[in-house]
Design a binder for this molecule. Sequence first.
Ligand code: ZN
Length: 406
Amino acid sequence: MGEPLTIRTLRERNRAAVLRHIITAGRTTRAQIAGVTGLSPASSTNIVGDLIAEGLVAETGLMASQGGRPTSVIQPAADGAYFVGADFGERGVTAELFDLTMTRVDREWCGDGTQGSGAVAGRRMSAALAALRERNGERWSRVAGVGLGLPGIVETSPGGERTVFAEALGWDPVPVRELCETDLPIFAENGAKTLAMAERWFGAARGIDNATVVLIGRGVGLGVITGGRLLRGEHSSASEWGHLRIDPRGPVCRCGRRGCVEAVLGSQGVLARWAERGGPAYTDDAAGISALFDAAEAGDALASAVVDDLIADAGAALGGLVNLFNPQRLIVGGWLGMLWMQRFGQRIDTAVRAAALTRPGRQYELDVCSFGEDTVALGAAVMPLERLIAAPAQALLPRSSRSVRR
Ligand SMILES: [Zn+2]
C-alpha cells in the first residue's frame, strides 16, 4: 500500500526520524541521534546540518562525551515553529500556543461557564485564536497549524470533509471548518485521543507501544495506542468507551441511553448517586467530588459506601479495557481520574486486577497522566507538529500573509 521507497521518500523518512528524536529528547548529541535512528554518523550529521539551516534545530553548547572530548548539544530551536492546540471543554474553549520544544508560551480561554452549541464553541475558538494572534504577531508567521481536541467523534468523509458528532453534548453534527476561523491548516481529533497522543509523545506512554489512556471528568473518554498507533476504527469512532453501556438498568446518560460508563463514573453520575442516597447536592462538580472523597476518608458511612461502589465500578470498567487491549500501561487522566489516583490509587489497582482476567491483569502497570488536566490542548498541538515532522517544508510554506524567514 505505501508509496514506493524512492531516494526522496527515504531521505524524508530519515529526516523525520531525526527531527522526531530531537524534539522528544529535548537535548541530544549527533552520536545519540545516530544511535537512536540507526543512521550512519555521516548521514545523521548531514540531516542535522539541514535542520539547523532551516532554523528548526540549534546547536546550543557543549557537554562531556564518553571519550572525554566535549560534544555539541543539539536541541529543537524553540522559535523554529509554533503550534496551536485547543481543548473544546464543556464550559469554554482553551487555545494554547506551543513552541517547537512544545513548551506553552501563551494561552487564552474563551467561555462563560455555560455549555453551548457547536456554533457557540466555534465562536469561542475563533475569539481565543484571534487573541493569541494579536499577542504573538512576531511568532505568527511560524505557526504550522491549529489542532482541535473535540468532545465527540471526528469523522472524515471520502472527500476529505471533516465533521464532529458530539451527541452527548447535544450538538448537531458540525463541520470542523465551522469550529475555527483561520487561514492556518486545521487538524481535528477527539479530545481523549489527543490526550493519548500527548502522553505517547511526552508523558506516561512515552516509549510504550501498547497503552490505554482513560480520561475521567464530567465526561469519560478513551484513547488506545496499539502497536504504537492510535486506534481509530473504520470511521474513527473506535474507543468511544464513555458510551459503552455497562448497566442497562443504570442511570440515564447524557446521550439518552442508560448505564453508560460516563453515567456511572463521570462526576455528575457519582454526585447524583450520593444525592439520591441522601447525601448533599452540589452544583459545582469539583467541590462536590472533593467533599465526597473527604467525607469517605473521614469515615462517613454513606460517603464511604458511594466511594466503595465507585471503585468497584471503576475496576469493572477498567478491567474490561485490560481484557480488551492487553496494555503494558493503563494510564488514568482527567481531573476526576487524577483525583481517584491521588486518593485511592492502590484500591483502584486492586479492583482492576480483580475484574480483569488473571493473565492480562498481571501484565499491565497502572499509571497517572503526566500533564494534569491540560493535556488535551498539548495533544491537539501534536497534530500540526506531526505534520511538520513528516514534511517540514510543506508545513511552513509561506501563505499570502506570511513572510519566509531566512
Ligand atoms: Zn451515554
